[in-house]
Design a protein. Sequence first.
Length: 501
Amino acid sequence: MSESFGPGVSTTSLPAFGFESTLADQVPGVTMPWQGAYAPDPRVLILNDGLARSLALDPASLATAEGAGVLSGSIPPAETDTVAMAYAGHQFGSFQPLLGDGRALLLGELRDDRGRRVDLHLKGSGATPFSRGGDGRAVVAAMLREYLISEAMHALHIPTTRSLAVVTTGEQVVREGGPQPGAVLARVASSHLRVGTFEFAARREGLAQTLADYAIARHYPELAERAPEDRYLAFFEAVVDAQASLVAQWMSVGFVHGVMNTDNTTISGETIDYGPCAFLDAYDPATVFSSIDHGGRYAYGNQPAVLGWNLARFGETLLPLVNSTPDLAITALTGVLDTYGDRYRQHYSAAMAAKLGLGDDAVDAVLVDDLHRLLTDHRADWTLAFRALADNLRGHSSPFDSLVLPDASSTWLNRWRTAVSARGQDFSSIADAMDRVNPAYIPRNHLVDAALQAATNGDLVPFERLLDVVTSPYDRREDRSDYALPAPENFSAGFQTFCGT
């Protein structure tokens, strides 16, 4: 006899996921078996068919009542026990010894079409032992925000968690401003191991090494055969470089994460937890969107330094693994951490060289710094500026002139064009190459806001149109011209984003 989980829903017709549970099996100290909350009427609101197929999942099965039940956390999958993950973390610089999945569950692990192990993880599936008084729920707008922006980041070739589905739960969730429709996000990541996971493990005897060996085998298997005296330092170096590359890519597209706590810093080097995130319109390093970042700790321009601080906290968790003599361990880890600044600058320089049409040449740091100052002084749109520079190479000066006054920009433009000329290629082909790395479309804040408001009210069309645009970010089309425009001034002033909890 099948167990019933709601009207017309039973375990006899559950989709076949083929889950594994290596984290729970091999590192049991960082997970706790837990079941998602009951959802009275789970329905798939949006489904990423292509991602589903890449995981050998049938989109039609996922869209059924049974599939929606599993993706909401309301129905347990047949293959594994769902678990909530434990972690600690520094939140706005203050250490919290126990955080964990307060509104999330790890459904299980799958293999993608390239043979890589990934997590399928829920967000908004109800309270867990780590909820700290919260309801564990999420609302449609917040979950669609993560779906939209994570898929946009993927289209921009930036390492990120992916979004498989948003499922409505059939209940209302009370948030500031009143009740809103409840929803759960199903997301995919190469893992959900974070700096905060290691901060949790480091305070429990024997767990840090078990976790480190698991993380190395899963994310950096080339290090697994190294001797212990080399393995963990090399692991730290690999994470430092992955994160330096990631934040450089964030900076290159004007992405503001908004809440760069250590529990939101992955070991894999993927972007995770799209809460109060947003993209720049007017270029300003001091830009803060998050409603909870009162001191500007996670402002756009602070992101590289904050990431370095987070990596220092990660290094601290590895001290006893790197060397049993504390002074020697500190010296070794500090030596690697001291390379972070150069690694970040190299990654950012490479990104800016491509954005400015300088190919693989070393970009002049002064040229880039002077561009930053021009854009800041004129509050120029970061995304439009690089497309306008490509147009300048094609002989169309007006797009960039509309962002930065010619009297202010002429000297810089002459220096830049001289550097581009030194490549010995025709300007038109260089401009085309610039357009292949500089997006025409990003998830502009006013468009995201409007689409999420419409979706909350039951109209998903604006969201679907915006999703279609931002997942083809480089293909400029005339019928999408409105999606490339910055927000009106009356929108941008005081615009804030929220975590959704």
